[in-house]
Write a protein that binds this ligand. Structure first.
Ligand code: HEC
Length: 107
């Protein structure tokens, strides 16, 4: 049953995103833009008005750079500082995807 529900969900998402060039990238990018960008900035530099007023660290900050993917996933799930926990709002898979996208800004 659970399996069926998941399948239906995945199929729905696939239909909604059909035609996009790169499936995973574009869905995590859309998620980042709608849920994270207002504080973390378009490229993770926290240069948005909300990011600046909350003093969110840019992704170039050594404290952010030293975090691995698992630690970032944890921070998003459980919240960190003024960031609310996302574990009831996003699925584990969405959180992982959006963290992977966020990490593409790391240089
Ligand atoms: C309301 C503003 C806000 C939103 C929205 C937000 N964050 Fe954050 N985020 C913060 C703050 C504040 C911290 C605490 C640490 C800091 O200052 O960078 C943080 C920390 C983090 C960290 C730990 C590394 C770091 O930058 O310190 C990650 C990873 C992260 N956020 C990812 C996300 C993702 C992914 C989303 C979208 C699902 C998101 N954030 C949404 C404000 C926000």
């Amino acid at each position: 049953m659970n399996h069926m529900v998941r399948y239906a969900g995945a199929a729905l998402v696939a239909v909604m995103l059909a035609g996009s060039m790169s499936f995973a990238q574009s869905s995590s990018e859309a998620l980042y833009k709608s849920k994270c960008q207002m504080c973390h900035g378009e490229k993770g530099m926290a240069d948005s008005p909300a990011g600046k007023s909350m003093k969110v660290k840019p992704i170039s900050d050594p404290d952010v750079k030293k975090m691995n993917e698992t630690e970032m996933v944890e921070a998003v799930k459980s919240g960190m500082g003024k960031m609310q926990p996302y574990k009831d709002k996003l699925t584990d898979a969405q959180i992982k995807d959006v963290v992977v996208y966020f990490r593409t800004f790391l240089k």
